[in-house]
Design a protein around this ligand. Structure first.
Ligand code: ADP
Ligand code: MG
Length: 656
């Protein structure tokens, strides 16, 4: 199969020359111009892989896997050999791997074990315009590294949007190469007002286009998995009832099964592709002529004052709106239907998306930076493209202090260093280490692994009531009234007793893929824990300790050590809870939680820990487990005595 010539190919010599002469360069090119799939091959052919690998980061796991497959296909090799990928808990690379696609989080972890990233001769920070938290940290780290590893290391920062100046300024005014996309004009059509339901509005628009417009695929932007499924169900239903109208066939596809989306559609058939934000810049689908943009995106937002994460549907930025519209003009002139008025575009949308570093909990990030112990250079130089707020930083420091990762002067502890080495958030990392001491590591590994999955239950937790019913009356164990974590453990153990039988999962309403993933994660975490164990205790004794069955009590106690920042106290005579610490948020236990033991008065346990505090219709805590007052007490004391200024003076100022 001949491969298409892409816009980037015309710039090969300019790109190679610029990279040869400069340690860093910024490359800006329209989505689809070939940045992600071609640059790596270009450097490979130019001989850069003789002295190291080419690493290409992606903010999303799906994208890392899918582009690695594509590039392997283009080069006619197997994934995992010359071209591979590495994402958390899954490494498909070998000693032969010359081109490696990896998530930005993975590259960040590699910095821990090899701060100078010696395996790479070229690092491409791809999709930098997305400004993911990890990419932002990498930008800061690479900024130092390029001068250190000059001239062997080359860094290329790619972006689909136009603000290259800011990036170039950040990298000492490095050159910018622009690859003009061959974009056809896209006509923008605005709605007079926002539809009552954006999902219905989008579905209706798609149907209108289908029956009245000439051939061309339709790309519809939804905000999440759930909405994609709903939109597809609705479209399928409505298309069935279209007896006349379009003479064309239609296939409706979610942008998940990439192979199908990338393949050619049958003749005289229109594809309606329903995608999340991933189709905005990281994956390109050819043949799209009509874009439907409801103007919304699901965005995680962390509020340091309440400690609450909300996954809210919010308006996109103007940059995103432009990107989305651009998807319609790749093969010929197209149209973009914005389901909002022009005035909203002008006055309500932010010019650019708020970078993740300004809306995330930074505990993991700060711990990571501290564990790097950035030496020699004046650490005050460590600056970011955009600074996170002091509030977010203080919140991160206090979280780290409570879990013993930093001491009261803000310096990283030995424990903190071990925590940073685990590919888990600080709370779970701390719980695993505590579990080791309390002799229930095997159980804690199971719980951590299950919590690393989206959901092991077949019904998504959002369909709370139904799931609750399934979990209460089904044949699954019930957590003995102690909470979700214990139930996860019981379920996993029961699966193990059934020889990890997949049919068993199906019969019990468990997601096979999630369960297999949990098993895999558990194995990997176990290996890391054993390897990391200090003082070289004999390996044999260690692996026996993994199998040892401790009490669920010890497990809950270990979890309590890790989740000191996420404890909730029941209100007097009331089954509502109040989160402790400076965030005295009132919350309820999420309806999907497995039932907790109640006393004679029908009251829930006095103390619980939770994995997630999330605001949907109400502030809810999810993944909840009962703990005891006596375990909580020392944590409360620690919180009371915390001096945030002390933490800050010797650490923020030092590190940031
Ligand atoms: P960019 O990173 O600049 O957005 P890409 O390198 O991702 O561009 O894509 C370049 C071209 O390769 C696009 O035209 C796209 O359609 C095509 N392409 C990318 N991935 C695949 C795939 N898995 N199958 C078929 N074509 C693909
Ligand atoms: Mg790309």
């Amino acid at each position: 199969m001949g491969l298409a010539v892409l816009p980037i190919h015309a710039y090969t010599s300019e790109i190679l020359e610029t990279v040869a002469k400069n340690a860093v360069c910024v490359l800006i090119g329209e989505t689809g111009s070939g940045k992600t799939t071609q640059l790596s091959q270009m450097f490979h052919q130019a001989g850069y892989t003789k002295s190291g690998r080419i690493g290409v980061t992606q903010p999303r796991r799906v994208a890392a896997v899918s582009v690695a497959r594509r590039v392997a296909f283009e080069m006619g090799v197997q994934v995992g050999e010359d071209v591979g990928y590495s994402i958390r808990f899954e490494d498909r690379t070998s000693s032969k791997t010359a081109i490696k696609y990896l998530t930005d989080g993975c590259l960040l972890r590699e910095c821990l074990f090899d701060p100078e990233l010696h395996q790479y001769s070229v690092i491409i920070l791809d999709e930098a315009h997305e400004r993911s938290l990890n990419t932002d940290i990498l930008l800061g780290l690479l900024r130092r590294l390029v001068s250190k590893r000059k001239p062997e290391l080359k860094v290329v920062i790619t972006s689909a949007t136009l603000d290259g100046e800011k990036m170039s300024d950040f990298f000492f005014k490095c050159p910018i190469v622009r690859v003009p996309g061959k974009l056809y004009p896209v006509q923008i059509l605005y709605s007079k007002e926002r539809p009552v339901s954006y999902l219905d509005g989008a579905v209706q628009t798609a149907l209108d286009i289908h029956v009245s417009e000439p051939p061309g695929d339709i790309l519809l932007f939804m905000t999440g998995q759930d909405e994609i499924e709903k939109a597809i169900a609705k479209l399928e239903e409505e298309v069935q009832s279209l007896d006349e109208g379009s003479c064309m066939d239609v296939v409706i596809l979610p942008l998940l099964f990439q192979a199908r989306v990338f393949g050619q559609p049958p003749d005289n058939c229109r594809r309606i592709i329903v995608a999340t934000n991933i189709a905005e810049t990281s994956l390109t689908v050819d043949g799209v002529v009509y874009v439907i943009d409801p103007g919304l995106v699901k965005q995680r937002q962390y509020n340091p004052a309440s400690g609450m994460d909300s996954l809210a549907v919010v308006p996109i930025s103007r940059v995103q709106a432009i990107q989305r519209a651009g998807r319609a003009g790749r093969t010929r002139p197209g149209r973009c239907y914005r389901l909002y008025p022009e005035a909203a575009y002008e006055h309500e949308l932010l010019a650019a998306t708020v970078p993740e570093i300004q809306r995330s909990s930074l505990a993991g990030t700060v711990l990571h930076l501290k564990s790097l112990e950035l030496p020699d250079i004046d650490i005050l130089d460590f600056d970011f493209l955009d600074q996170p707020s002091l509030e977010l930083l203080e919140d991160a420091l206090s979280q780290l202090y409570i879990v013993d990762a930093i001491d009261k002067s803000g310096s990283i502890t030995a424990l903190g260093k071990r925590m940073a080495e685990l590919p888990l958030e600080p709370a779970l990392a701390r719980a695993l280490i505590a579990a080791e001491e309390l002799d229930c590591l095997g159980q804690a590994l199971t719980v951590a692994a299950v919590l690393s999955c989206e959901s092991i239950f077949y019904n998504a937790p959002r369909q709370g009531k139904e799931k609750k019913r399934a979990r209460e009356h089904g044949s699954l164990p019930n957590g003995r009234g102690l909470g979700d974590h214990i139930q996860y453990l019981q379920i996993y153990d029961a699966w193990e007793k059934n020889n990890f039988d997949l049919e068993w999962c199906k019969e019990n309403g468990l997601q096979i893929r999630a369960m297999k993933f949990a098993r895999d994660v558990r194995r990997q975490l176990g290996q890391i824990m054993l390897r990391k164990k200090r003082d070289g205790e004999p390996e044999k004794r260690e692996s026996r300790s993994l199998r040892k069955v401790g009490s669920a009590r010890a497990l809950r106690q270990a979890l309590c050590k890790g989740f000191g920042n996420r404890l909730a106290h029941r209100l007097p005579h009331h089954n509502g809870y109040r989160c402790i610490g400076h965030k005295s948020q009132l919350v309820q236990i999420h309806p999907s939680a497995c039932p907790l033991e109640v006393d004679e008065e029908g009251l829930l346990p006095e103390w619980v820990l939770y994995h997630e505090l999330i605001s949907t219709t109400h502030p809810f805590i999810r993944h909840v487990c009962m703990v005891e007052g006596s375990w909580v007490e020392p944590l409360l004391k620690k919180m009371d005595n915390m001096d945030i200024r002390g933490l800050r003076i010797s650490s923020v100022i030092a590190v940031w």
